[in-house]
Design a protein around this ligand. Structure first.
Ligand code: NAP
Length: 329
């Protein structure tokens, strides 16, 4: 049966302007790092994408290496896009990235012009697209001049293969340099994608201020710390969780008793706020207006439904914020 999206899909989502650009993004976006590879069940991927779009999520985030195997998330996404979303391409913001290892030899990772241009061409083929909306450099490269990497992003936009460009995993100082080069080239950086959650707060030490000052958007990834900031690991490691899966990036060793104790306390606070912990963890990030969108991952449609209810309460009292800081210390 063909997919026909809900007529109400734009009614309840909040859209935030991405820095000083013309683009707005949904306050919650969906990433396809896990659960969309060839190792996963395609019908589940399809259901998640349908529900996300039906709920107003217009932005889907990919990268060359998502899978496993690497590339297969883009292939699966491309297949579903062709079958179900082909009439809706202009309502979607699709991103991809290059930076991590993708193919053997000296040209298959990092930040050379050779790698970035070739990788995006491969991504476009896998997804069956003429262009991506956002193309990111995935991680800083200590050995390639930043001027070359940024010139590659500028070139890609001029070639019409991406509409906007972004950077990911750049610390504040590296980001400042990259933003300056891109501005001078005439292709301003749209957005930065850093890791940010209650457990990982480095962006508060300068990056968020820089992005605000420069008019660049911010889309934090792993806002739930890959599932740790949910009620999932309160009583051990469930069999179907990312930590238990052989292909999951979250290691069992990261779920330490100290962390679980903090999660338990955060969970009690979330219950007092009449939220699930996932909802509170997302709301806590979204309370900062410098954040354009939070980039979540999900393994099943119900998690989309649960997480999107974060909008019911994104306000925190000073006492609640202090209590969270105390728990996280
Ligand atoms: N730029 C980069 O370097 C970079 C790096 C990492 C990620 N990213 C991007 O960020 C996206 C999100 O990253 P992430 O997947 O680590 O995000 P996350 O939202 O922190 O974690 C997602 C995991 O949390 C669990 N979960 C989600 N919603 C839940 C809910 N409501 N209740 C209970 N559990 C819930 C699920 O775990 P289970 O699978 O165990 O059910 C899900 O797979 C990626 O897909 C990717 O697009 C970018």
């Amino acid at each position: 049966m063909s997919y026909s999206p809900s007529d109400k899909r734009y009614d309840s989502m909040e859209y935030r302007r991405c820095g000083h650009s013309g683009l707005v993004l949904p306050a919650v976006s969906l990433g396809l790092w896990h659960n969309f590879g060839h190792v996963d069940v395609l019908e589940n991927c399809r259901k998640i994408l349908h529900l996300a779009f039906d709920s107003g999520i217009t932005h889907f985030d990919l990268a060359n290496n998502y899978g496993p195997p690497a590339g297969s998330a883009e292939e699966n996404f491309g297949r579903i896009l062709k079958q179900d979303f082909h009439s809706y391409r202009d309502q979607l913001i699709i991103s991809s990235k290059a930076g991590y290892y993708m193919w053997p030899g000296p040209y298959g990772e990092w930040g050379s012009k050779k790698y970035l241009v070739a990788s995006l061409d491969q991504s476009l083929k896998r997804m069956g697209l003429d262009y991506v909306d956002i193309f990111y450099h995935h991680r800083p490269d200590p050995n390639t001049p930043l001027e070359e990497t940024m010139a590659a992003l500028d070139l890609i936009v001029r070639q019409g293969k991406a509409l906007y460009v972004g950077i990911s995993n750049y610390k504040a100082e590296e980001a400042a340099q990259a933003l300056k080069i891109l501005k001078d080239l005439g292709t301003p950086c749209l957005i930065h994608q850093p890791k940010y959650s209650m457990f990982e707060r480095w962006v508060e030490g300068g990056l968020l201020d820089l992005l605000e000052k420069e008019g660049v958007g911010c889309i934090p990834f792993s806002p739930l710390a890959q599932g740790l900031l949910t009620n999932k690991y309160l009583k051990g490691i469930p069999e179907d969780s990312r930590a238990a899966k052989a292909t999951g990036f979250l290691q069992e060793s990261e779920i330490t008793p100290e962390k679980v104790q903090k999660v338990q306390k955060l969970n009690e606070l979330a219950i007092k706020r009449d939220q699930t912990l996932a909802q509170m963890a997302l709301a806590w990030i979204l309370r900062d207006k410098r954040v354009t969108s939070v980039l979540i991952g999900v393994s099943r449609p119900e998690q989309v439904t649960d997480s999107l209810q974060c909008f019911r309460n994104t306000w925190f009292s000073a006492e609640e914020l202090a209590a969270i800081d105390t728990i996280l210390k």
